[in-house]
Design a protein around this ligand. Sequence first.
Ligand SMILES: [Zn+2]
Length: 68
Amino acid sequence: MDTTHVQIRQQLEAQLDHPGRLEVAAIRVALARLENGTYTECCKCGKEIDSRRLVAFPTTTTCLPCSI
Ligand SMILES: [Zn+2]
């Protein structure tokens, strides 16, 4: 797991203690995706999600083209 993912994971886990801005369900999905190695994979097209997008929206499960 690269450093960015470690930081995102810590960020998500911190959010779980103080839920509100991000949905708890979405955080759990993101953590599960980090766990099983599919975090960077778009759930719609299977392509890699841009890491800048993941940093900006840590709970996203789709790449930018699929989100529109
Ligand atoms: Zn996609």
